[in-house]
Design a protein around this ligand. Structure first.
Ligand code: IMP
Ligand code: MG
Length: 187
């Protein structure tokens, strides 16, 4: 269910402002530029949540790089999170001998990126790393950590800057906590 009370009105509090996000994305882009200098990395955007982060991050990579896109969905068994990841859209290019950097919005249980890195690892990339804007380590159920992350966030459901609830809120320029009343009948 979703009780919409107005885009801004549905947000309980802002967790990360647009300014904080933009400063961090610039810092990450500069670090990645240094680490991948001369390597022509392939930055893989995980659709759709990573789109705003990906677009901003790529603008701070000041060397040759290439773009490709993947869409995945996790199949959950009830409330647990060892779901199987299904590829809805695969990469268009071969990653053999390429330096691949997966760009994702958030690492939560770690399940999605755990499956994805295993799958892409079988295609013989020269290297394979992950950058996530947000990391929620308290929720982790797999042994995986992002190689680069922007912010650690508490175990709360966040939306905005690509992150959605029922496909809404991705267009907010900041990241906020959703009011409980939006997704349940409690206040
Ligand atoms: P994981 O496989 O449990 O690490 O989940 C990763 C995916 O769950 C992310 O790509 C998001 O789409 C979604 N997700 C996890 N936490 C949040 C959140 O707080 N807000 C919105 N989406 C989330
Ligand atoms: Mg996502």
């Amino acid at each position: 269910m979703i009780n919409k009370m107005g885009l801004e009105n549905d947000i309980l509090r802002v967790l990360l402002t647009e300014e904080q996000i933009q400063a961090k994305v610039k810092e990450l882009g500069e670090r990645i530029s240094r680490d991948y200098a001369g390597k022509n990395p392939l930055l893989v955007c995980i659709l759709r949540g990573a789109v705003p982060f990906y677009a901003d991050l790529c603008k701070h990579i000041d060397d040759y790089m290439e773009m490709d896109f993947m869409a995945v969905s996790s199949y959950e068994d009830g409330m647990t999170s060892h779901g199987i990841v299904r590829i809805k859209k695969d990469l268009d290019v071969s990653i053999e001998n390429r330096h691949v950097l997966i760009v994702e919005d958030i690492m939560d249980s770690g399940n999605t990126l755990n499956h994805l890195t295993r799958l892409l690892g079988t295609r013989n990339p020269a290297s394979l790393r992950i950058v996530c804007l947000l990391d929620k380590p308290e929720r982790r159920t797999c042994e995986i950590t992002p190689d680069y992350f922007g912010f650690i966030v508490p175990d709360e459901f966040v939306v905005g800057y690509g992150l959605d609830y029922a496909d809404a809120y991705r267009n907010l320029p900041y990241i906020g906590v959703l009011k409980k009343g939006v997704y349940s009948n409690e206040d």
